[in-house]
Design a protein around this ligand. Structure first.
Ligand code: NAD
Ligand code: UDP
Length: 339
């Protein structure tokens, strides 16, 4: 199948490319490298021994996007491109609406121009907002608490409307929980710019000595040990979920939102302990006040993914930490330094 991958050079995109190429698909990556490096794509080629097309471009540029998609003749699109920093989205909301919402509208229009009717979209568990009940199932009310989450909810709605108006269209909105870890080779992984916003890359940078200590944002939550509980999902499992979702779009029309998580919550302290086992030394941390906007617990209901996609997570927290450490310890500066 010919698959057009926006944002393919990014963290989740690069891991998914490895799986798509290994499965024999023909790929065109469309990325502006605003939060990624061409080096990630070079390493994907090395890992898979497969080549693919690359168009350096911005999804906000409707004509460039349409040209690329029509020329490639895509059968399906996997749409990763977007901005994802929750804090930044409150400071620069219009930048987020323009990138994530307008960019996605251009992608759907380009798909129409190319006669492409299948899409898998990177949504987020953040669309649920505050838990009314746990685990989060896909029918939980949608009430995001920040501009980033609102862009994801808006794009979900837009894709749903597009699929209803487009004969034979098929869309899967994958609601990722907390993606972590790296490819087992240690050659590709998460390479955040500046100070990491997320827990796992922060722990990894403390482990390698790039940062002095982790701040644990609150230990007075109503959880097993007082620290926040999240559903961490191995990025390689997440990559496989995209293959299963693409497969699904080939056999069912319509639009489905599907959680991608393990169904199991892990606390901050439990993740730190697992990372210590992986790297073989202790991780310095201090307890600091809660981060505004954080919820105590978030984990996924996983039944719909199993039922519709035949997919479930296979890799545990030790595999997540071991792969992250292999990537971090062999690429201390991420893609900035060639290992
Ligand atoms: P990432 O930043 O590593 O990858 C995003 C890619 O999109 C990058 O290569 C970036 O250069 C590209 N991009 C951004 N804006 C673009 C534009 N206007 N035109 C072309 N390319 C553009 O992020 P990621 O972690 O791989 O996330 C991929 C998707 O999954 C994003 O849409 C994100 O919101 C979503 N998501 C991520 C997480 C997470 O924790 N990583 C959780 C839930 C959802
Ligand atoms: N967290 C933390 N220190 C950090 C970053 C995150 O204690 O430096 C906590 C955060 O409060 C939450 C969990 O780790 O309980 C996961 O946070 P992350 O930002 O990775 O994901 P999200 O908040 O999107 O679930």
């Amino acid at each position: 199948m010919k698959i057009f991958v926006t944002g393919g050079a990014g963290y989740i995109g690069s891991h998914t490319l490895v799986r798509l190429l290994s499965a024999g698909h023909e790929i065109c990556v469309f990325d502006n490298f605003s939060n990624s490096s061409p080096e990630a794509l070079a390493r994907v080629k090395q890992l898979t021994n497969r080549d693919f097309a690359l168009v350096e471009g911005d999804i906000r540029d409707a004509s460039a996007l349409t040209r690329a998609l029509v020329e490639f003749g895509a059968d399906a699109a996997v749409h990763f491109a977007g901005l994802k920093a929750v804090g930044e989205s409150s400071e620069k909301p219009l930048l987020y609406y323009e990138n994530n919402v307008s960019g996605s509208a251009h992608l759907l229009a380009a798909m129409d121009a190319a006669g492409c009717r299948r899409i898998v979209f990177s949504s987020s568990a953040t669309v649920y907002g505050e838990a009314q009940c746990l685990p989060f199932d896909e029918d939980h009310p949608i009430a995001p608490t920040n501009p980033y989450g609102r862009t994801k909810a808006m794009v979900e709605g837009m894709i749903r409307d597009w699929s209803a108006a487009t004969p034979d269209a098929s869309a899967v909105l994958l609601r990722y929980f907390n993606p972590v870890g790296a490819h087992e080779s240690g050659r590709i992984g998460e390479d955040p710019q500046g100070i990491p916003n997320n827990l796992m890359p922060y722990i990894a940078q403390v482990a390698i000595g790039r940062r002095e200590r982790l701040s644990i944002f609150g230990d007075d939550y109503d959880t097993r040990d007082g620290t926040g509980e999240r559903d961490y999902i191995h990025v390689v499992d997440l990559a496989d979920a995209h293959l299963a979702a693409l497969d699904y779009t080939g056999r069912a029309a319509g639009c489905e939102a599907i959680n991608v998580g393990t169904g199991k919550g892990i606390t901050v302290k439990e993740l730190v302990a697992a990372y210590e086992r992986a790297c073989g030394h202790s991780i310095a941390y201090e307890i600091t006040p809660r981060r505004p906007g954080d919820v105590a617990i978030s984990f996924a209901a996983t039944g719909k993914a199993r039922e519709l996609l035949g997919w479930e997570a296979a890799l545990n927290v030790d595999a997540m930490c071991a792969s992250s450490w292999l990537w971090q310890s062999t690429n201390a500066e991420g893609y900035g330094e060639t290992a």
